[in-house]
Design a protein around this ligand. Structure first.
Ligand code: FAD
Length: 425
């Protein structure tokens, strides 16, 4: 509680104390709930606080399934097992909800859906629970609510903000629309989802803007809020100078391995079956990575002023070869037992074009601790519930891995409370 409250305090974001209580209480059950999804399930648990310097960080743990097949598909397999196999509940895929059905007396009484090309009205006697995720693939909503464009995505292309439109029609009050879980990533031509840029094992790279200037301690950019390091808009040039920005590597970096390793999750890897190679060669051949024998020639390929990029790389190399080995701009460390910086000296040189790429959005309808959707006056809309990242408890700053726990917790709460409702007919 201390840790999460501090994240809200430091980001000056609205925290609902009752939701925090419900969330923290729910956290005490999440590992058991996960285990119960499958027989003989095997979980791994480790400590993980995205911001270890924040008070209370030592209390944060992460739980996930073991096994070769990781990430989202593994979690979905467990959910589907619990719903379709253990409880024999029929699930209709490819049957999107279009509008909520409402009456003045009873509030939400069902939903209009589309199935096999036909419109169907589905009656809900006790309640409708909306779990349609975020608006990662809805340019209109992103443009209107969030700074940083273009902003691509890493997850399910079905997340087009339908739920947001449906609850708005029902009169929901919106909140946390500025909350994004948005790493940096790479747009892969011909693919819908992007590749995250998370070169944990690489120390010899820098990020530069369109004028060839560094703008952050590259190794301290927290993965889930990468957007905050690039969505700076310049009022005088009327431009986002860091969207895109560029990651610069040298040959030593290439020999260290993948520039953008594919870790556990992501639509690109699991559904589009595309992985970044260890050698980086296919990506170079495909033009996803630009390469040139010198920094000046590389600058021309990415349209960055060559004299600026050369000066930036020279300063970087000079700093790291100085007696203390410290990068004077942002404090990366090139010397000692655990260096997190290395010079860019050995050609050829390489550049990757980097964009903000969403994991998910947090904004949506405000809800209470019973998971009831609230209107703009914070009154429950009858028979309407929400769970998951749509109208998330999380706001501007997000603790990585907090969304799936939230889906489990408020999914339980919404289901239990909807089931307790008196049928409207
Ligand atoms: C690559 C990646 C890694 C992540 N890693 C983690 C992690 O380690 N830990 C963590 O906590 N979170 C993680 N997240 C975030 C987490 O996956 C999401 O926040 C979480 O899945 C949200 O669950 P949800 O049920 O609200 O929405 P989603 O899982 O997004 O599901 C929403 C579903 O609703 C469907 N839908 C949309 N519109 C309609 C409609 N009109 N009718 C019917 N269906 C509709 C969508 O197609 C989608 O299938 C990750 C996300 C990504 C993309």
């Amino acid at each position: 509680k201390v840790y999460i409250s501090n994240l809200f305090k430091y980001s000056r974001c609205e925290l609902d104390p009752k939701l925090l209580d419900a969330y923290v209480e729910g956290l005490t059950h999440t590992l058991d709930w996960m285990k119960s999804l499958e027989d003989n399930s095997d979980l791994m648990v480790k400590q993980y606080a995205a911001f270890p310097f924040v008070e209370g960080a030592e209390s944060m743990i992460y739980g996930g399934f073991h096994g070769a097949s990781t990430g989202g598909p593994r979690l979905m397999q467990a959910y589907r097992n619990a719903v379709e196999k253990k409880r024999n509940i029929e699930v209709w895929l490819n049957s999107p909800a279009k509008r909520l059905l409402m009456t003045p007396e009873n509030g939400v009484i069902g939903a209009e859906i589309e199935k096999d090309g036909k419109k169907l009205n589905v009656k809900a006697k006790r309640g409708v629970i909306i779990t349609t995720g975020g608006y990662e693939y809805d340019d209109e909503t992103k443009t209107n609510f969030n700074l940083g464009s273009p902003m691509y995505a890493l997850g399910c292309p079905g997340n087009t903000g339908d739920g947001l439109r449906m609850v708005s029609e029902a009169g929901a009050g919106l909140w946390h629309m500025s909350g994004l879980s948005c790493p940096l990533g790479i747009k892969i031509p011909g693919h819908t989802a992007c590749q995250a840029f998370r070169p944990r094992n690489q120390i010899g790279y820098i990020l530069v803007d369109q004028l060839g200037r560094r703008f952050a301690d590259e190794k301290r950019i927290e993965h889930h809020i990468g957007i905050l390091s690039v969505n700076h808009y310049e009022g005088y040039s009327l431009n986002y100078p860091r969207i895109p920005c560029y990651a610069i590597f040298d040959q030593t970096g290439k020999e260290r391995g993948s520039f953008a390793p594919s870790y556990g999750s992501g639509w690109l890897r699991h559904r589009e079956k595309w992985n970044w190679s260890r050698s980086n060669d296919p990506e170079i051949q495909a033009g996803i990575v630009k390469t040139a024998p010198s920094i000046e020639e590389l600058a021309k390929l990415i349209n960055v002023p060559a004299e600026n990029l050369s000066a930036t790389v020279k300063k970087w190399n000079d700093d790291l070869s100085s007696p203390d080995g410290i990068d004077k701009e942002f404090g990366r460390i090139g010397a000692g037992e655990k260096p997190n910086a290395a010079p860019l000296q050995k050609g050829p040189f390489y550049a990757l074009t980097i964009y903000p790429t969403l994991l998910n959005t947090q904004g949506g309808p405000r809800h209470n601790e019973k998971a009831q959707v609230l209107n703009s006056f914070k009154e429950p809309i009858k028979h309407l519930y929400v769970a998951g990242e749509l109208g998330s408890f999380w706001g501007f700053i997000y603790q990585g891995c907090g969304n799936n726990a939230e889906s489990l917790i408020f999914g339980h709460i919404a289901g239990e409370n909807a089931a307790k409702e008196t049928p409207w007919s």
